[in-house]
Write a protein that binds this ligand. Structure first.
Ligand SMILES: CC(C)(COP(=O)(O)OP(=O)(O)OC[C@H]1O[C@@H](n2cnc3c(N)ncnc32)[C@H](O)[C@@H]1OP(=O)(O)O)[C@@H](O)C(=O)NCCC(=O)NCCS
Length: 165
């Protein structure tokens, strides 16, 4: 069995800014019978749990701190995933404000036999970085690099403004 080598990296706490790719998180799951309704469709709550976990890992990697989920925007289940499907979840930070961070999460299902892959859900989660006493604390800024990252960064401000109204 290959030896697993984990390197413990020193915390950077780069408050000046980090790129979205530094904390991008990919998670893979398999849909088992216990995750489904009687028609073999993946429970929405189970998918939400996986999306919450992936986005928490992303937010905590960016902040280098514990982060708590504070909200998520409208969630739409576009298509069902079925027993045996492979679920891939990608979580990527769009923007950090003061203590809050917005994470864009997408989930795809892949049928093993047909290899068909399709989007089943996407949502924006907001997390708040916490200090050791669970008090909100400043998170590092986000430095968008690609055109898509820059667009998400710009639109995040509109979503935050609408959320707070
Ligand atoms: C997260 C928590 C500590 C924030 O406390 P708070 O008193 O609301 O803190 P603040 O009012 O200072 O808000 C902190 C940030 O959250 C943002 N925020 C608060 N409510 C929000 C909402 N509904 N949607 C989006 N952002 C929100 C604020 O705008 C602020 O962002 P900024 O600092 O970047 O400007 C508190 O709400 C909490 O403990 N909630 C429970 C979290 C939880 O149990 N999650 C599930 C387990 S992880």
């Amino acid at each position: 069995m290959p030896e697993l080598n984990f390197r413990i990296l020193p915390a950077t706490k780069k408050l000046t800014g980090k790129t979205p790719s530094e904390s991008e998180t990919i998670m893979t799951e398999v849909v088992y019978p216990n995750d489904t309704n009687p028609m073999g469709m993946l429970h929405g709550g189970k998918l939400m749990q996986w999306m919450d976990t992936a986005s928490a890992v992303c937010a905590q990697t960016h902040a280098e701190r514990i982060a708590a989920t504070v909200s998520l925007n409208k969630v739409i289940f576009k298509r069902p995933a079925k027993i045996g499907d492979i679920i891939t979840i990608r979580a990527k930070i769009t923007r950090a404000f003061n203590t809050s961070m917005e994470i864009f999460v997408q989930a795809w299902a892949r049928r093993v036999l047909s290899r068909e892959k399709y989007l089943i859900n996407e949502a924006y989660f907001t997390f708040v970085a916490l200090d050791d006493n669970a008090v909100p604390v400043a998170a590092p800024k986000v430095k968008p690099v690609t055109a898509e990252e820059k667009l998400h960064y710009k639109q995040a401000l509109e979503r935050k403004t609408n959320n707070n109204n």
